[in-house]
Write a protein that binds this ligand. Structure first.
Ligand code: ZN
Length: 373
């Protein structure tokens, strides 16, 4: 992974290169950024850069022996510890699956990774104590050939009690070692781990960065790329997913849905839900993301700075009326329920039942507000 393959993040890349070239490489780092920001891809590109045999001032060379192996994630001194599902395999036993999934989409999230492992029981990912001991053992051995033997730990949020096993190592890694943890939420990471790492904050992507990538890398036309970028809210992984599903019909579906929720007409709702079931799980998840955005937009329209709205004119016309039914109380309840529904959809819940329940719930929430329109 070279820096030039990273979407956006130019400012941060500049800082990372300056850090590497200034010889100020902290041996325990934490790259932290929201899903779809490219935190993992950046961590790997950084590790490749510091290990490149002939780096230039702005990127790894992509041609030396180290780069060739890093590009394919097959360097013998590059190690990954990633979430796995007990009791199946450990990270190093899943190395081949991991390479394949990461190289397919360097912006993937934990859920997509676990699903690729045939996670039928929808178990939660975990980093076990045994994995932690493996890391210590591995890093105690001398490196084969790299300048920095590199250990990447993806999702340090999962290190709960087991994380304490690593404290001494994180505090003082063996000479010539680079440990990079990659996570998204510092509040969920053990304070004892946080305090031992240098934190590199990875910001969420800008709309222009996402739309440019969609145009250049996916031959998307300008309007579609802008629409997707706006909907994806800085999450490139979500943008890719939107690109694969036809999001053109979202607004129609959304506005019809809200009318059904509000009117409570069951026959119309049934018809809407049946059409939704036919769209498939990916579409459903993305549609829920879109719904959350429209709900937030209605709230901003009513209470916030309307200049911050990221909607088109058709959406704006709808929201200007719909916002009468949204307030701080029901917005947070609805958003929480939508988030839960996305998780349930990912876990193969019955889409029909999910939407029927959700519709009745949203209907009730919308009526909590006196009509003002
Ligand atoms: Zn190189």
């Amino acid at each position: 992974m070279r820096f030039k393959e990273i979407i956006g993040q130019k400012e941060l890349i500049h800082k990372l290169i300056a850090m590497a070239n200034g010889g100020r490489i902290s041996h325990t780092q934490l790259f932290v950024g929201p899903e779809g920001s490219g935190n993992l891809a950046l961590a790997i590109a950084f590790a490749q850069y510091v290990n490149c045999l002939t780096p230039s001032v702005d990127d790894s060379c992509g041609e030396c022996l180290s780069c060739i192996k890093f590009d394919k994630l097959i360097h013998p001194d590059l190690h990954f510890t990633i979430p796995t599902i007990s009791p199946i395999k450990k990270s190093n036993e899943l190395a081949e699956d991991w390479r394949e999934e990461f190289l397919k989409n360097p912006y993937l999230n934990e859920f997509e990774w676990l699903n690729s492992l045939d996670n039928k029981a929808n178990k939660q990912g975990n980093i076990t104590a045994e994995e932690c001991r493996d890391i210590i053992h591995r890093l105690a051995l001398t490196s084969y050939e790299a300048k920095f033997k590199t250990q990447i730990i993806w999702q340090p949020e999962l290190l709960v009690k087991e994380g304490n096993i690593l404290l001494k190592l994180l505090e003082e890694p063996p000479v010539g070692t680079l440990i990079i943890m990659v996570g998204s939420n510092t509040e969920k990471i053990l304070p004892t781990i946080l305090s031992r790492a240098q934190t590199i904050k990875v910001p969420k992507l800008k709309d222009e960065e996402i739309s440019e990538a969609l145009i250049v890398l996916h031959q998307c036309d300008y309007q579609k790329a802008s629409d997707i970028a706006r909907l994806s809210d800085g999450n490139y992984n979500f943008a890719l997913s939107l690109l694969q599903t036809d999001h053109d019909g979202y607004f129609e579906r959304y506005s019809t849905w809200m009318r059904c929720c509000f009117s409570g007409k069951m026959d119309e709702l049934q018809k809407w839900v049946d059409e939704m079931v036919d769209t498939g799980r990916e579409y459903v998840k993305n549609f829920m993301g879109y719904t959350s955005q429209m709900m937030r937009a209605a709230f901003i329209y009513k209470y916030g700075d309307q200049k911050l709205l990221r909607v088109n004119t058709t959406e704006l016309a709808f929201i200007s009326k719909f916002s009468a039914f949204i307030n701080g109380d029901n917005l947070s309840e609805i958003l929480k329920t939508l988030d839960d529904s996305v998780i349930q959809a990912e876990r193969n819940a019955n889409v029909k039942i999910l939407f029927l329940n959700l519709s009745l719930y949203i209907g009730t929430q919308l009526k909590r507000v006196p009509k003002q329109a």
